[in-house]
Design a protein around this ligand. Structure first.
Ligand code: OGA
Ligand code: NI
Length: 353
C-alpha cells in the first residue's frame, strides 16, 4: 500500500492511485460477494406500472403492491410521475459533484452521522471494522427550506436541482404510501399519519471502479432503517437483492425507480411487509452512481405495529414494541449495518413457547 493512498479520506481518491484493494477494504473469505453464485438472468423483482393507480385498475395495482411488499420487499416502478428531465439533471449534477477536485469535495467531509449534510465514505468509519468501496454525500431534504442552506454551493446548480428532485420524489412517496396503506387494508392516510412531521434524506452514492471487486463491497448486505426507499441508479449494475436464499442482480432500467420496504414499514405492518437484505457490489471498469431517497418518520415520531393489524387472541400478536424513531436511528448508525429489528421485538411469552 502506498503512502499517498493511506492518507486520503475518500475511497474515490484512493481508487485513482492504486491497482489493488488496500487491506482495510478486504473482507474475510467467509464474507465476500461470491459473484459467480449470483442470479443474473432468472428471477427479478416485480415491475409495477403506477399509471394504473388512477384508473379503473387501481385495485389490481394495489394487489401487485401487496404481493411485491410481502414476497420481495422490493419492486420497480414506471410511469411514476417524476419528469425525465428532473431525473437526468439530478444524475448529471451528482456526477459533476464527485468529479470536482478532492479539495472542493472534502469541504463537506464529516464522520458524524448526526450532521444533516455531509460527505463521507464507507458506512460509518467510526464504528466499522472493514471499510466499503463507496463515498457518499448525505443530505436531509424535508422540509427543503430547513436544509438547503447547508447543501453544497458547487456545482452552482446543485441546490436548485436537488430541491426540485427531492420535492418531486416526496410527491411520489406520498402517493405510494397511500397505496401501500390501502394494500395493508388500512385507511389511505394511516401510514403517513404515523410519521410525525415526516423526514426525508438522500444519499448520493459514488462507487469508484475497483481493481478487485470480489474482495470487497460497495455496501455489504443490510436492510434500510427508514420507512421506504426510492432508489435512482445509473446504467451500471451493482444492486443485488436477497430472495429465497440467493442474491439476485437488479438490472437498471432507464426512467424507473427501485422501491424497497424499510424496517419502519416492516414494524408498522407487523411483519406483513418485509425489509429485505440488499447490497451493492463494485466492478473493475466503471464508476457507479446511485441516489436513494430514504423516507422516514421524524425523530420524535412513535413507531409501532398498527393496532388494526394486531389481534392478540388470534394469530397476530404485536411483533414489535413501540419506540421513537430517534431511538431506532441511533442504533442503526452504531451497529455498522448489522440488523436492528430484533432489538425491538416483543420478547416471546414463556407461557406460549
Ligand atoms: C443504500 C443502498 C444500493 C445501491 O444506500 O442503502 O442500499 O444500489 N444502496 O447503491
Ligand atoms: Ni440500502
Amino acid at each position: 500500500m502506498d503512502a499517498s493512498a493511506t492518507s486520503k479520506l475518500l475511497v474515490s481518491d484512493i481508487a485513482s492511485v492504486t491497482d489493488h484493494v488496500p487491506s482495510n477494504y478486504v473482507r474475510p473469505i467467509s464474507d465476500r460477494p461470491n459473484l459467480s453464485e449470483v442470479e443474473t438472468s432468472g428471477d427479478s423483482i416485480p415491475l409495477i406500472d403506477l399509471q394504473e393507480l388512477n384508473g379503473p385498475n387501481r385495485a389490481d395495482v394495489i394487489h401487485q403492491l401487496a404481493h411485491a411488499c410481502s414476497a420481495y420487499g422490493f419492486f420497480q416502478i414506471k410511469n411514476h410521475g417524476v419528469p425525465e428531465k428532473t431525473i437526468e439533471r439530478m444524475m448529471t449534477v451528482t456526477r459533476e459533484f464527485f468529479r470536482q477536485p478532492e479539495s472542493e469535495r472534502v469541504k463537506h467531509y464529516s464522520a458524524d452521522p448526526k450532521k444533516t449534510t455531509r460527505l463521507s465514505t464507507s458506512f460509518n468509519v467510526g464504528t466499522e471494522k472493514v471499510s466499503n468501496w463507496r463515498d457518499f454525500l448525505r443530505l436531509h431534504c424535508f422540509p427543503v427550506e430547513d436544509f438547503i442552506g447547508e447543501w453544497p454551493s458547487n456545482p452552482a446548480s446543485f441546490k436548485e436541482i436537488t430541491a426540485e428532485y427531492a420535492t418531486s420524489i416526496r410527491a411520489l412517496v406520498l402517493t405510494l404510501l397511500e397505496a401501500i396503506s390501502e394494500s395493508l387494508g388500512l385507511a389511505k392516510d394511516r401510514v403517513s399519519n404515523t410519521l410525525g412531521k415526516h423526514g426525508q434524506h438522500m444519499a448520493l452514492n459514488y462507487y469508484p471502479p475497483c481493481p478487485q471487486p470480489d474482495l470487497t463491497y460497495g455496501l455489504p448486505s443490510h436492510t434500510d432503517a427508514n420507512l421506504i426507499t426510492v432508489l435512482l441508479q445509473d446504467e451500471v449494475p451493482g444492486l443485488q437483492v436477497f430472495k429465497d436464499g440467493k442474491w439476485i442482480a437488479v438490472h437498471p432500467v432507464p426512467n424507473t425507480f427501485i422501491v424497497n420496504i424499510g424496517d419502519q414499514m416492516q414494524v408498522i405492518s407487523n411483519d406483513k411487509y418485509k425489509s429485505v437484505h440488499h447490497r451493492a457490489i463494485v466492478n473493475t471498469d466503471k464508476e457507479r452512481i446511485s441516489i436513494p431517497t430514504f423516507y422516514c418518520p421524524s425523530l420524535d415520531a412513535v413507531v409501532g405495529p398498527a393496532q388494526e393489524l394486531i389481534n392478540e387472541k388470534e394469530d397476530s400478536p404485536a411483533v414489535y414494541r413501540s419506540f421513537t424513531y430517534a431511538e431506532y436511528y441511533e442504533k442503526f448508525w452504531d451497529r455498522a449495518l448489522a440488523d436492528c429489528l430484533d432489538l425491538f421485538k416483543v420478547p416471546n411469552d414463556p407461557k406460549i413457547v
